[in-house]
Design a protein around this ligand. Structure first.
Ligand SMILES: [Zn+2]
Ligand SMILES: [Zn+2]
Ligand SMILES: [Zn+2]
Length: 117
């Protein structure tokens, strides 16, 4: 019974994110509502949803982040200053993939505008 309640809270809080979040972001929200939900439970929950393809996971620097509604996570990384700019790709047609895409991540490396000046 308690398990079901915890899952309900996890699902409700997860649904409130409309962009990227990490395990700790979700933990902060659910632990406010129910202090019995531990960080390990949150990560188990997220892992299962990724396996079931309900949410996608990406690597952002050293952080694992998640999203239920964004199917891509892209970086433009400046090799000079290390600055990371995020961007989203709206249309996948240029990839010319035959089949169904779940999600993708692109890391583009170069020199940012600031460093070019
Ligand atoms: Zn996915
Ligand atoms: Zn990122
Ligand atoms: Zn730079």
């Amino acid at each position: 019974m308690r398990q079901t309640l915890q899952k309900k809270i996890l699902r409700e809080e997860l649904a409130k994110f409309n962009s990227f979040f990490d395990g700790n972001d979700l933990y902060q929200k659910v632990s406010k509502r129910n202090h019995k939900i531990g960080i390990a439970t949150v990560y188990r929950f997220l892992k299962r949803l990724v396996e079931e393809e309900e949410i996608h996971s990406y690597l952002c620097g050293k952080r694992t982040i998640y999203s239920g509604n964004k199917d891509n996570h892209c970086h433009f990384v400046c090799k000079k200053c290390g600055n990371i700019n995020h961007f989203q790709i709206k249309n996948l047609d240029f990839l010319n993939i035959k089949g169904e895409v779940c999600h993708f991540q692109i890391d583009v490396y170069g020199t940012c505008e600031k460093c070019l000046k």
